[in-house]
Design a protein around this ligand. Structure first.
Ligand code: FAD
Length: 361
């Protein structure tokens, strides 16, 4: 569901999601006829911040395919589906994505890591481009319950409380194993879980949440589960420590250590935008439960930053700071006692990409 995150007082997330809803809706309207991958609707918020808000139901693959088709018309796009990239390496010419056999599957002067929770492995664990503590990403498994919708829907429009109940979604492009006309309830929120197996316990938790939203639909869910007719979808969200996305240039945390050691007692005045970065390396991750809402706005701002554009307003500059992937490393380094900085490159992690990168600021 594409929907705003409504709060009484504005927060960075509510601002981002308001911008994101507008931006994504415009993309849906521009690229896909309604009914062929998305459907405009409204949602009734029952719990926190009650009210009725404009929303849309979206099949993400339809939007991604539309973006890819458009990009292919404009330039040279090569898709390597089902190609895990366990390693990213820096070369004198830029970045190389290596497959499991150690062969290069793509190289470019500029790379953007968009691997959700897998970004932690790529950037912090495997390549040691970042100190793991400076990349606080967490997996959060979610399971949605769904089944064929026969007859009249159980509610006039989607409802949200602890989860979202969608009484009816119709789309011939849904996964072939699913009916084209479904109702859905989701999703569970399992912090720390990083697997994609469906389980009945999660369906039962969705039924409990649905009890408070639409008791008749909760009875349908339980009946479908008992009859073996309930289907589902489970995946892993990627959330950051402050629940905001990470979109921007990847910090070089080893170079930051040296920079802060040099700054000495002035380190508290070092600005976020002074954080050293790996040249040509960017990321966009930690979209949490709101990827449909946030991905396009964050990606378009990231592309503008990569093109050297300055933010259009003070508000946009503030938002970009709030999603800067360097914010955790920068805060940590400013708080660190002066004697604890690793200023000597010889003491750094072997193979750490920060080696020699201080000159790249
Ligand atoms: C059950 C559930 C319900 C949700 N409902 C909503 C909703 O209603 N509205 C909403 O806005 N959002 C929702 N979300 C969240 C939304 O799905 C995410 O925010 C969004 O998918 C994040 O997009 P992403 O591209 O950053 O990551 P992903 O969609 O997770 O894509 C990351 C990709 O990177 C790949 N990858 C990882 N590591 C590697 C590697 N080393 N090499 C190659 N590939 C790699 C993964 O296989 C994956 O395909 C839901 C999520 C779940 C799980």
């Amino acid at each position: 569901m594409l929907s705003p995150h409504v709060t009484r007082a504005p927060t960075p997330l509510s601002r981002l999601s308001a911008l994101g809803v507008t931006a994504t809706l415009a993309e849906l309207q521009r690229l896909i006829p309604q009914g062929q991958g998305w459907q405009a609707c409204e949602v009734d918020n029952l719990g926190h911040d009650p009210g009725r808000w404009p929303a849309a139901l979206v099949r993400p693959a339809a939007l991604v395919q539309a973006w890819l088709s458009e990009a292919m018309q404009h330039g040279d796009v090569a898709c390597h589906w089902h190609t895990p990239v366990p390693r990213l390496i820096r070369t004198p010419h830029g970045w190389q994505a290596m497959n499991a056999e150690g062969a290069c599957v793509g190289q470019a002067p500029v790379a953007v890591v968009t691997a959700a929770y897998g970004s932690h492995h790529l950037l912090a664990d495997e390549a040691a481009l970042m100190d793991p503590s400076a990349l606080p990403l967490r997996p959060v498994k979610g399971q949605m319950s769904l089944a064929a919708q026969h007859g009249a829907p159980r509610a006039e429009r989607p409802r949200r409380d602890n989860g979202v109940f969608v009484p009816l979604y119709e789309d011939a492009g849904l996964a072939p194993r699913w009916p084209a006309r479904i109702w859905a309830m989701g999703s569970t929120y399992d912090r720390g879980a990083n697997d994609t197996t469906l389980n009945d316990l999660a369906h039962a938790r969705n039924a409990e949440s649905l009890d408070a939203i639409c008791p008749l639909a909760a009875a349908d869910l339980r009946e479908a589960l008992a009859k073996g007719e309930l289907q589902g979808w489970a995946q892993v969200r990627c959330a950051s420590l402050d629940r905001l996305p990470l979109a921007g240039a990847v910090p070089d945390t080893d170079a930051l250590q040296r920079f802060m050691a040099e700054a000495g007692h002035r380190r508290g005045r070092v600005r976020l935008d002074e954080t050293p970065r790996h040249p040509g390396l960017y990321m966009l991750a930690a979209l949490g439960s709101r990827g449909i809402t946030l991905a396009h706005w964050c990606a378009s701002r990231l592309a503008a930053t990569m093109d050297g554009e300055t933010p259009a307003s003070q508000e946009e500059a503030e938002l970009l700071r709030s999603i800067d992937p360097a914010r955790f490393a920068w805060k940590q380094a400013r708080r660190q006692p002066a004697g604890q900085f690793r200023s000597d490159p010889a003491t750094q992690t072997p193979g750490g990409a920060g080696t020699g990168a201080a000159a790249t600021r």
